[in-house]
Design a protein around this ligand. Structure first.
Ligand code: ADQ
Length: 427
C-alpha cells in the first residue's frame, strides 16, 4: 500500500460537526447521517484539513467554536461559507431535488430547475478554490459525494497539481435513468478529472462505466478487475469499488460496556420486556419508512396473537426539512404511526414507539443492544450503515437484521454471519 507523504484534505458538503446557535451562543454538535459516521475516524486520527460547510451559524464566534473542536488534533476544519440562496439552490435544489432522487431511481421526484445547475457549478468552484488553497502538491484531496461531482474539474482549473479522489456514498444509476439528467455529459466529463473514483458496489461502478460508454464515447475504458481505467484526452482515471463500513470495534466495545448493558435492560423493562423490533433512519423517502409501518400493521392484523407481545421502536433523525417531499414524508409517517397506534393500542401496550430527533451515540447503541430485530427496508441505498451498526452492537450474537433486497446490497457478503433469531424467549 502506498503511504501518503502529504496530508489528507477531505472535502464534503458539510463538516462532520455542525455549529448551531442555541440561546444566543454557538454550540457544536455532531452532523447526523451516514457520511459523518463513515468518516468519523478520519478527522480524529489523521493529519490534514477537512473542508465543508459548517452550518448556518457562520460568524467569527462560530468559527472559533469550530477551531476549538480540533485543538490538540492534527486535523483542522476549514469552513466554506454558503449563503441562504446557495443552500436552497445548491444543497436543497440541485443535490437533493435532482441528484438524490435520480440516483435512487426515483426520477418522478426530480425538479430539473436550470437555476439549480448554475448555483451547483458556482458552489463546486468555491469548494475547489478552498481545496486548492489548502493543498500542496504532496497532499491527497479526497472529495465526498454527489454534492461535489464537478470539483475535480475545477480543482484542475485552479492549478491544483496533487492527486484527487472522489467517493460516491449513494448508488450510481443505470444509463436509462442517468440519461434523464440534462447536464449528464458535463457531470461525467468533470468526474474524469479525478485520479480515482470510488463506488459502494460493483453495480454502481458498472452503471457508471455503462453511462460513460453511451454518453462520453470518446473516453476509452479498459477493465482490469477490481478496477476500470478510463482514459480521456491526457488524463487517466481509475474506477474502483470500495464498500464503506463503520468503526466496528468502537461500536462493539461501546455496546459491550456495562453502562449500555444497564441502559438496554432498563429500556426493555420499561417497555414491558416485549419482543423489540427497531427501525433507525434519517427521515428520507428512500428508507422505506411508510412501507415498514404498513408491513407492521399487516403483521398485527394477520397475527392477532402477536399483539401485546411485539413493539416497534421507530427512531427517525430529522433531515432536509426545508424540501417539500421531506415535509410530506414526515406528515405521512406521523399519520401512519398515530393510525396504527389508534387501531391496536391496549392497556399496557403501545405497538409503535416513535422518536423524531437526533440521538447521542450512547442512546443509539442502547437501542441497538436492546432490540431483537432491526428492520432495514430501504427502497434503494448506497450501503446502509444502520445495519452494520446493529450487527456490531450484537454482543450476545442474538439479534437479527431483516434487510430489504431492494437496497442494492452485496447480498451474502455484507452480513455473512447473521445470528439466529431470539424467538420469543424474552417475553
Ligand atoms: P445515510 O442516507 O445517512 O447515508 P445510513 O448509511 O443509513 O444512511 O446512515 C445513517 C446514519 O445516521 C447512521 O450512522 C445512524 O446511526 C445515524 N442515525 C440515524 N438515525 C439517527 C438518530 N435518530 N440520531 C442519531 N443518528 C442517527 C449515506 C447513504 C448511505 C451510505 C452512507 C455512508 O445514503 O447509503 O451507507 O451515506 O456511505
Amino acid at each position: 500500500m502506498k503511504v501518503l507523504e502529504g496530508r489528507l484534505i477531505t472535502v464534503s458538503n458539510r463538516l462532520p460537526v455542525e455549529v448551531k446557535t442555541r440561546g444566543g451562543s454557538p454550540r457544536l454538535s455532531r452532523s447526523a447521517g451516514g457520511l459523518a459516521t463513515a468518516l468519523d475516524s478520519i478527522w480524529r486520527y489523521s493529519h490534514g484539513v477537512w473542508i465543508g460547510w459548517g452550518g448556518a451559524a457562520d460568524s467569527p464566534a462560530a468559527n472559533g467554536v469550530l477551531q476549538k473542536a480540533t485543538r490538540g488534533h492534527s486535523y483542522s476544519f476549514k469552513p466554506v461559507p454558503l449563503s441562504r440562496d446557495e443552500i436552497s439552490k445548491f444543497y436543497s435544489g440541485f443535490a437533493n431535488e435532482i441528484i438524490w432522487p435520480l440516483f435512487h431511481d426515483m426520477p418522478s421526484r426530480c425538479n430539473f430547475d436550470p437555476e439549480y445547475w448554475e448555483v451547483y457549478q458556482r458552489v463546486n468552484r468555491r469548494f475547489a478554490q478552498a481545496a486548492a488553497e489548502a493543498a500542496n502538491g504532496k497532499d491527497l484531496v479526497w472529495v465526498h459525494d454527489y454534492h461535489l461531482m464537478l470539483m475535480g474539474r475545477y480543482l484542475r482549473e485552479a492549478s491544483s497539481s496533487g492527486r484527487a479522489g472522489f467517493f460516491l456514498h449513494i448508488p450510481f444509476p443505470a444509463p436509462d435513468i442517468f440519461e434523464k439528467l440534462p447536464w449528464r455529459k458535463q457531470i461525467l466529463r468533470a468526474l474524469l478529472h479525478y485520479d480515482l473514483l470510488g463506488f459502494q458496489t460493483d453495480r454502481d461502478r458498472y452503471n457508471f462505466v455503462s453511462c460513460l460508454e453511451r454518453i462520453v464515447p470518446e473516453a476509452i475504458s479498459t477493465r482490469d478487475d477490481p478496477f476500470n481505467t478510463i482514459e480521456l484526452e491526457d488524463r487517466r482515471t481509475r474506477v474502483g469499488t470500495f464498500p464503506i463500513s463503520i468503526g466496528f470495534e468502537e461500536f462493539a466495545n461501546h455496546a459491550a460496556s456495562r453502562e449500555v448493558e444497564l441502559a438496554a435492560n432498563q429500556f426493555r423493562h420499561e417497555l414491558g420486556n416485549k419482543f423489540l423490533v427497531l427501525g433507525v433512519d434519517r427521515m428520507d423517502y428512500t428508507k422505506g419508512i411508510p412501507e415498514r409501518l404498513k408491513a407492521f400493521r399487516i403483521l398485527l392484523r394477520r397475527f392477532p396473537e402477536l399483539r401485546h407481545r411485539v413493539t416497534l421502536l421507530q427512531v427517525v433523525v430529522p433531515s432536509r426539512e426545508e424540501i417539500p417531499n421531506y415535509k410530506e414524508l414526515r406528515r405521512e409517517v406521523e399519520l401512519l404511526v398515530s393510525q396504527i397506534n389508534g387501531e391496536f393500542t391496549e392497556s399496557g401496550w403501545v405497538p409503535i414507539h416513535y422518536m423524531h430527533r437526533n440521538l447521542t451515540r450512547r442512546q443509539l447503541v442502547t437501542y441497538y443492544r436492546a432490540a431483537d430485530i432491526a428492520l432495514v427496508t430501504s427502497l434503494k441505498d448506497g450501503m446502509n450503515l444502520v445495519a452494520k451498526e446493529f450487527c456490531a452492537a450484537q454482543v450476545d450474537e442474538t439479534g437479527v437484521v431483516v434487510i430489504s433486497d431492494l437496497r442494492h446490497a452485496r447480498r451474502g457478503k455484507t452480513f455473512p454471519h447473521a445470528p439466529p433469531a431470539r424467538g420469543y424467549s424474552r417475553q
